[in-house]
Design a binder for this molecule. Structure first.
Ligand code: NAD
Length: 247
């Protein structure tokens, strides 16, 4: 019950890493708000977790007004906001020469601006409370370049450095901001590479541990970063990648 009665918002909480994270916080006693653009997935998942301590809110994180509304609603409804996990994200498969401009803009809107909007909406509330924790889901793809991931690499690289900036800005307010940088995880987002012959095997070979992560292996690190065990950690980008970025 490490997070008993803590109010936790998880964007992209309806699937993959976000769902595993919501489940983890729920098991540890938190009041969990699953914020996702997929209404069906989010509603069903909140009902599955149940017991009145899991709630669904519809949001497109690329829309500032929606994100601000979400955070204000959570604050008003639950009387606080202890932990925000900015996790919603989309993939993109295109090289720099070929990417369609609209796709570039959408990836930046969701994967970078969505993280900023979450922080921008939550930080004034956390500052007024005198405490708060934010964990962003960046990526190992924010620490190096991958073939055919130009927009994703750009967005996640920016999340890595934005996490440092937000941490420095608000350390004196009693707020910690960290990020996880997962390597490949077996979720819906990775389905996009399954159609490319040899791509899954090539990714597995790049990982020294020789496999994709399970979403729960990322959720555990997110929960750690949100917990008091990480009380002296802020501005860190923690690789959870089976050694991918270690070589
Ligand atoms: P996923 O597709 O299973 O889950 C993503 C969730 O985000 C979905 O529920 C989706 O509906 C939601 N979402 C997408 N766009 C949204 C928007 N605009 N507003 C609100 N919700 C939105 O994928 P996942 O692998 O669990 O991805 C979670 C995060 O982890 C993403 O930020 C992703 O970039 C990151 N990540 C994933 C991997 C991987 O290999 N799967 C690796 C590194 C980082």
């Amino acid at each position: 019950m490490r997070f008993r009665d803590k109010v936790v918002v998880i964007t992209g909480g309806g699937s993959g890493i976000g769902a595993a994270t919501a489940r983890r916080f729920h098991q540890l006693g938190a009041i969990v708000v699953i914020a996702d653009r997929s209404e069906e997935r989010g509603t069903n998942f909140a009902a599955e977790l149940g017991a009145g301590r899991a709630h669904y809110r519809c949001v497109d994180v690329a829309d500032w007004a929606q994100v601000e509304g979400l955070i204000q609603d959570v604050h008003a409804t639950f009387g606080g906001l202890d932990i925000l996990v900015n996790n919603a994200g989309i993939g993109s498969l295109a090289t720099t020469a070929d990417i369609v401009i609209e796709e570039w803009q959408r990836v930046i809107d969701v994967d970078l601006n969505g993280v900023f909007y979450g922080c921008r909406a939550a930080l004034p509330i956390m500052r007024a409370q005198g405490h708060g924790v934010i964990v962003n889901t960046a990526s190992a793809s924010g620490l190096a370049g991958d073939y055919g991931f130009a927009a994703y690499n750009a967005a996640k690289g920016a999340v890595v450095n934005f996490t440092r900036a937000a941490a420095v800005d608000h350390a004196a307010d009693g707020i910690r901001v960290n990020a996880v940088c997962p390597g490949p995880v077996g979720t819906a987002i990775m389905k996009s590479i399954e159609g490319i012959p040899g791509a899954v095997e090539a990714w597995q070979e790049r990982v020294p541990m020789g496999r994709f992560a399970e979403p729960e292996e990322i959720a555990g690190v997110i929960a750690f970063l949100a917990s008091d065990d990480a009380s002296f950690m802020t501005g860190a980008n923690v690789a959870v990648d089976g050694g991918l970025t270690a070589h």
